[in-house]
Structure formats: structure tokens, C-alpha cells
Ligand binder design. Structure first.
Ligand code: PEP
Length: 250
């Protein structure tokens, strides 16, 4: 049985004070049997977040990582630095990074490798654009995003990772994949990996992301291959996020 994870991607939102308030409210609202929670604040608030989360069950994650280990890369943050400020997880290949900052699957694979090399758990984001879905290319797109990572790092690397299926047309749009649409792609991802390693395919957590809310989380998380969620907008409201966590718990 795969334990569910609910990760909050705060993107570029909030102030230092608001981040602290949100973390306090989330910690206060969690139950002993809550699903594993991961919070991904902006880089500059990671250290504050770590101090507030320290010793608790909520894990800290970052929203991105540099593919390089160190050096003259102005503005970048290495995996070692993330580890140093208490991160256990890091998002790689979020669709906003791919679309707005030109990250291709080869770079995403290198970021994935960089994260693993420092003992971070990469949350590898994959997903198709609306036009690709409408053209019947969802599986092809997701497969090529996955293959770039397994090609560089090998399928065993997925043992120490989490995958997030995030259809781009559902991110921040209020339009959610139906539970059936999500399940179809999650099952496809698992089967594709099973062709190479049945145990890793059975064990890897595949999160769904794309306008998950308190009102739709339960039915999405009830799908057999949906192991939790990657939550954007709804992770910025403590009550909403806690309801989503509750839907994944117990
Ligand atoms: C995301 O950005 O990863 C995401 C899923 O956003 P939202 O929940 O707002 O669609």
C-alpha cells in the first residue's frame, strides 16, 4: 500500500509573515493520522519554514533546483544548498518552469539527477498541454518526459522519487481532470515503468496536480493509481489545504 503525499506549491506568493502564519495554521490543523505533507515555499522563506517545521511531521520542499553543483551560476540554488536549509523534497520540471523558463526534458533530467545526488527526493512533474491532449498525444508527451529522466538516471532512480502528473490545461485554470482522466494517465505511467521494473512501478507515488480543491480531492484520491496531490492555489489557504490533506488521510 502506497502512503499518500499532499504537497503544496506556494509558487511566488505571500510575504514572510504570511508564510509563517500559513505554516502555523497547517501544523495546528494536522491530525496524528494525516497523510504526509510537503510544503514548498519560495526559496527565500525556506530557512524560516524549516525553523517552524523542525521536529514535526511536515516535510520541506523547494520549487526548483539548479542542475549544476556549484559555481558561477548567478541566481541559481544548488541541491546542496537546499539540503543545507532543511529541504527533503524538490519540484523538478514544473510546467511553469518548462513553459516560462524554457526548461526542456534534458535539463529537467539533469535537475532530477542533481537532486538525487544530494539525497533530495525529486517530485518530477510531467503533463501535456491542452492541444496535445486534443491531438491524442497525452501518452506520447508524458512518456517522453519520463524517458528523458530514466534515460539519464535509470529506472531504479525513480525508487527515490515521486512523480506528479499535472495536465497543463488544469493548472491554475479551475478546470480539473476527471478522476477517470487522471487515473488513465497515472495507470499509463505505472505500466510504462512496470515494463522495466515491476517493483519500482508498484511502489512509486504518482501525485495528481491541476486545480485540486477540497471539493474534488476525495474523488481524485480514490483512484487506484492516484497517490495524493500536488496543490497550487488551494495550498495557500490553510483550511482548504487541510481539507485536501484530510481527503488523503486515514
Ligand atoms: C501546480 O502549480 O502545481 C498546481 C497544481 O496548481 P493549481 O493547484 O493551482 O492548479
Amino acid at each position: 500500500m502506497r502512503a499518500k503525499i499532499v504537497a503544496g506549491n506556494w509558487k511566488m506568493h505571500g510575504t514572510r509573515a504570511e508564510s509563517a502564519t500559513l505554516i502555523d495554521a497547517i501544523i495546528a490543523g494536522l491530525r496524528a493520522d494525516s497523510a504526509q505533507c510537503v510544503l514548498c515555499p519560495p526559496f527565500v522563506y525556506l530557512s524560516d519554514a524549516w525553523r517552524l517545521l523542525r521536529g514535526g511531521s511536515v516535510a520541506l520542499g523547494a520549487q526548483d533546483v539548479c542542475a549544476e553543483t556549484h559555481g558561477a551560476f548567478t541566481g541559481e540554488i544548488s541541491a546542496a544548498m537546499l539540503k543545507d536549509v532543511g529541504c527533503q523534497y524538490v519540484l523538478v520540471g514544473h510546467s511553469e518552469r518548462r513553459a516560462l523558463y524554457g526548461e526542456d526534458s534534458q535539463l529537467v533530467a539533469r535537475k532530477f539527477a542533481a537532486a538525487l545526488s544530494r539525497g533530495l527526493t525529486p517530485i518530477l512533474c510531467v503533463g501535456e498541454q491542452l492541444a496535445e491532449r486534443e491531438a491524442g498525444r497525452t501518452q506520447e508527451v508524458v512518456a517522453s518526459q519520463l524517458d528523458a529522466v530514466t534515460g539519464l538516471c535509470g529506472v531504479p532512480a525513480l525508487d527515490a522519487a515521486v512523480i506528479a502528473y499535472e495536465p497543463v490545461w488544469a493548472i491554475g485554470t479551475g478546470r480539473t481532470a476527471t478522476p477517470g482522466q487522471a487515473q488513465d494517465v497515472h495507470e499509463f505511467i505505472r505500466q510504462r515503468m512496470a515494463g522495466q521494473d515491476a517493483k519500482i512501478a508498484a511502489d512509486v507515488r504518482i501525485l495528481y496536480g491541476g486545480s485540486v480543491k477540497a471539493g474534488n480531492a476525495r474523488e481524485l484520491f480514490a483512484m487506484p493509481d492516484v497517490d495524493g496531490g500536488l496543490i497550487g492555489g488551494a495550498s495557500l489557504k490553510a483550511d482548504e489545504f487541510l481539507s485536501i490533506v484530510a481527503a488523503a488521510s486515514g
